[in-house]
Design a binder for this molecule. Structure first.
Ligand code: ATP
Ligand code: ZN
Length: 225
C-alpha cells in the first residue's frame, strides 16, 4: 500500500511536456531516478512520488484525488473539465501556477485553396478535433451550427482524407498545418502547461511540503525572467 503522507505529482510520461516537467522538478530540488520505465518514481530526498502517465489522464487523477498535484496543458485541463461536467463528475481543481512551457494555440484551420474564410462558412460543416467540448462551446458562443468529428491523432490529415471539411487542432509554429496544405484561422484557446492541485487535499505534512515547494517555484520563475 502507498504511504499516504507522500505528495503525489502526476506528469506526462513521454511527450512534449515530459522534459520540461522533469527539469522543473529538478530545479525544485526533487531528486528522482527516472531511468527506469516505472509508473511511479519515488523521490529520494523528500516524501514525493511522481506518477508518469498520459497527459489526458492527469486532470482526472487530480480531480479524483488519486494525485495531489499535476502538470498538464490548459488545453487538456479545460477539455477534461467540460467532459466531466457533462457527465456530472467532479471537475474541480485549483490552478497553482501557469508555467513557462508547453505553449500552444488551439486554432481552426481549413484547406489552403479555400483562401480566407469568414466564421459563417463553418455553418453546417464538419470539423475534426481532439477537443470536441472546447470546440462545441466556442461554436455555441459564436452562434454557429457545425458538427464535430473526434480524432485523437492525425487531425491534420482529416480534410484531405475526406473525413471533415476543416479542423480544430493545436498549433505552435504552424509548420504542421502548412505541410498539410492547411490555412490557420481563428484561435480558440491559448494554452500553457500549468500546475494543478486537488482542492480537497487534507494532510498537514503534504501541505507543509507544498508550502516549501511553491516559493521555490516562484524563485525559479523569477530567475528566468
Ligand atoms: P500522451 O501520449 O501523453 O497522450 P499526446 O500525444 O497527447 O501525449 P503531446 O503531443 O506530447 O501529447 O503534447 C502534450 C501537450 O503539449 C499538449 O496537450 C499541449 O498542451 C502541449 N503542446 C505544446 N505545443 C504543442 C504542439 N505544437 N502540438 C501539440 N501539443 C503541444
Ligand atoms: Zn494526450
Amino acid at each position: 500500500m502507498s504511504d499516504n503522507n507522500r505528495l503525489r505529482i502526476a506528469i506526462q510520461k513521454s511527450g512534449r511536456l515530459s522534459k520540461d516537467c522533469q527539469d522543473l522538478l529538478k530545479q525544485l530540488g526533487v531528486k528522482l531516478n527516472l531511468r527506469e520505465q516505472r509508473l511511479i518514481a519515488h523521490a529520494t530526498n523528500m516524501p514525493i512520488d511522481v506518477l508518469r502517465v498520459r497527459d489526458d489522464d492527469i486532470p482526472g487523477l487530480v480531480m479524483d484525488g488519486v494525485c495531489d498535484l499535476g502538470i498538464v496543458g490548459e488545453n487538456v485541463l479545460v477539455e477534461s473539465q467540460a467532459e466531466r461536467a457533462a457527465q456530472s463528475l467532479n471537475a474541480e481543481v485549483t490552478k497553482l501556477a501557469k508555467l513557462d512551457f508547453g505553449y500552444c494555440r488551439l486554432a481552426l484551420a481549413w484547406p489552403q485553396e479555400l483562401g480566407q474564410l469568414p466564421l459563417s462558412w463553418f455553418e453546417g460543416k464538419k470539423i475534426a478535433t481532439t477537443y470536441p467540448e472546447i470546440l462545441k462551446q466556442y461554436l455555441k458562443n459564436q452562434g454557429i451550427n457545425a458538427s464535430t468529428v473526434l480524432l485523437s491523432g492525425s487531425v491534420e490529415v482529416a480534410p484531405r482524407a475526406g473525413l471533415a471539411d476543416a479542423i480544430c487542432d493545436l498549433v505552435s509554429t504552424g509548420a504542421t498545418l502548412e505541410a498539410n496544405g492547411l490555412l490557420q484561422g481563428e484561435t480558440i484557446l491559448e494554452s500553457n502547461a500549468c500546475l494543478i492541485q486537488n482542492p480537497s487535499m487534507d494532510n498537514q505534512q503534504k501541505q507543509a511540503l507544498l508550502d516549501t515547494l511553491l516559493p521555490r517555484l516562484k524563485a525559479v520563475r523569477q530567475a528566468k525572467e
